[in-house]
Design a protein around this ligand. Structure first.
Ligand SMILES: Cc1cc2nc3c(=O)[nH]c(=O)nc-3n(C[C@H](O)[C@H](O)[C@H](O)COP(=O)(O)O)c2cc1C
Length: 369
C-alpha cells in the first residue's frame, strides 16, 4: 500500500457511514449552495445544473441549493423551485446524472417568509409570523433591496405553507432524490417563527418556546408523513446572526437546546448544524458547539462552517459529528473528496460568480489532474 493511501485510510472523513436510510461512502458532504443559475421564467433547473451537480457526485452526499416549495416562498433571484411539473422534470435530469455517476443527493426545501420582497411576489407583500420587518436584504432582479414590514400570516396561511412543504417533499421523491432537507436557518421563515423578536403572535404559533417552534415541527411531521423520516434531514444554525433582528444569547441557545431534544421524538435521517462563524482567517472551528448538540441529538449529526480537511477529520475522529459539510470548498473543487484523499491543494472560488455568471465560476472548475 502506498504512503498516500495509508494517509487516506487514516482520515475518518473517508470512511463510510449512514444518515438514516442514506448510505454514504465517505463523510464529505456538499453543503447547500444557492448559485442562482435558474435564469428562466419557470425557475427550472437546466442542463447546467445537471453538469454542476454531476461534477460533484463523489461527495458522500450532496445537499442541493435551497429550492422553493411554492411561488410564495420565493425571495432570491434565479433560484430553482420544486413545485411545478417542469421543475420536477428538470430535477429528474439532475438526480439521474448524479446517480449515474454513483452519487447521492437530497433536496433542500426553502421558504423565505418575511425576508422576501414584493418584486419576487408579483407585487404582493411578503408574509411572516408578525408584521415586523426582519431588516434583511434580498437579491431581486434589480439588485439587493431592503425587506419591508410584512403581513402577519393567518392560521390558514400557515396550514397552506405546511401543505406546500409536504407537496414539495412528494415532488422531490418523484424527481428521484434520496431525501429532503428542511432548511430552518438564516433570516428565513422557520427562523422568523423561532425568533421572539419577529414572532409576536399570541396563537398556537407564537408566545412561548413550544409555540414558536410549532411551525417547524408541523412541517417536520408533514414531510415525514409524506416520506420516511429516515430520508428527511433538518438544518439549523443556532449561532447565525443573519440581521440585527437575530441575536445569539443564552435564551436563543436554550430555545435551540430544547428544539433539538424535541426533534429526537421524530424519525430523522440527520441534523445538519451550522456552527459559529470563525473569528478570522486561519481560525479553526471549535468543537464546543458541536459537542453541545451531540449530547442532545440522538441521531446522526452533520457539522458545518469553516472546516478544512484536518479540522473536519479531527472533529469526526473525536466523535463530535458523523459527517462534515463543505460549502465554499465545493464551489471550486468539484473533486473535493479526491483532493482530500490525495492531500492535494484546494482551489479558491471567485465570490463574484457565486450568484451570477452562467457556467463561468459554476460548472467550469476542473478536477485536479
Ligand atoms: C454562495 C453561497 C450560497 C449558500 N446558499 C445556501 C443555501 O441555499 N442554503 C443553506 O442552508 N446555506 C447556504 N449557504 C451556507 C453554506 O451552506 C455553508 O453553511 C457556508 O458556506 C459555511 O460553510 P463553509 O465554511 O464550508 O463554506 C450558502 C453559502 C454560500 C457561500
Amino acid at each position: 500500500m502506498t504512503a498516500t493511501l495509508t494517509t487516506a485510510l487514516g482520515q475518518p472523513l473517508l470512511h463510510g457511514t449512514a444518515l438514516g436510510d442514506i448510505r454514504l461512502p465517505n463523510r464529505v458532504v456538499m453543503a447547500p449552495l444557492t448559485r442562482a443559475r435558474a435564469d428562466n421564467p419557470g425557475l427550472v433547473p437546466t442542463e447546467l445544473h445537471a453538469a454542476y451537480y454531476g461534477q460533484r457526485a463523489s461527495a458522500g452526499l450532496i445537499v442541493t441549493e435551497g429550492t422553493w416549495v411554492s411561488e410564495r416562498a420565493v425571495g432570491f433571484v434565479n433560484v430553482p423551485g420544486v413545485h411545478s411539473e417542469e421543475q420536477v422534470a428538470g430535477w429528474r435530469r439532475v438526480t439521474d446524472v448524479v446517480h449515474a455517476l454513483g452519487g447521492r443527493i437530497v433536496q433542500q426545501l426553502w421558504h423565505t417568509g418575511a425576508a422576501s420582497h414584493p418584486d419576487h411576489l408579483g407585487g404582493a407583500l411578503p408574509a411572516g409570523p408578525s408584521a415586523v420587518d426582519p431588516r434583511a436584504r434580498t437579491f431581486t432582479p434589480d439588485g439587493f433591496k431592503e425587506t419591508l414590514t410584512p403581513r402577519a400570516m393567518t392560521v390558514d396561511d400557515i396550514g397552506a405553507t405546511v401543505a406546500e412543504f409536504r407537496a414539495a417533499a412528494a415532488n422531490a421523491r418523484r424527481a428521484g432524490f434520496d431525501g429532503v432537507e428542511i432548511g430552518a436557518l438564516g433570516a428565513f421563515l422557520f427562523a422568523q417563527f423561532l425568533n421572539p423578536r419577529l414572532n409576536h403572535r399570541d396563537d398556537a404559533y407564537g408566545g412561548d418556546r413550544a409555540r414558536r417552534r410549532r411551525l417547524l415541527l408541523d412541517v417536520v411531521d408533514a414531510v415525514t408523513a409524506e416520506w420516511d423520516g429516515r430520508r428527511v434531514g433538518v438544518r439549523l444554525a443556532p449561532y447565525m446572526t443573519a440581521t440585527e433582528r437575530f441575536v445569539v444569547d443564552e435564551e436563543v441557545l436554550a430555545d435551540f437546546d430544547e428544539l433539538v431534544t424535541v426533534l429526537n421524538d421524530r424519525p430523522l435521517a440527520y441534523l445538519h448544524l451550522r456552527g459559529p462563524d470563525l473569528a478570522g482567517p486561519g481560525e479553526t472551528p471549535g468543537f464546543a458547539a458541536f459537542a453541545r448538540y451531540r449530547r442532545r441529538f440522538e441521531g446522526p449529526l452533520i457539522a458545518n462552517n469553516g472546516f478544512a480537511r484536518d479540522s473536519a477529520n479531527a472533529l469526526v475522529g473525536a466523535g463530535f459529528a458523523d459527517a462534515v459539510s463543505f460549502g465554499t470548498h465545493f464551489v471550486a473543487n468539484p473533486d473535493l473528496v479526491g483532493r482530500f484523499a490525495l492531500e492535494r491543494e484546494l482551489a479558491a472560488g471567485d465570490p463574484a460568480t457565486y450568484y451570477q455568471g452562467g457556467a463561468k465560476g459554476y460548472a467550469d472548475y476542473p478536477a485536479a489532474g
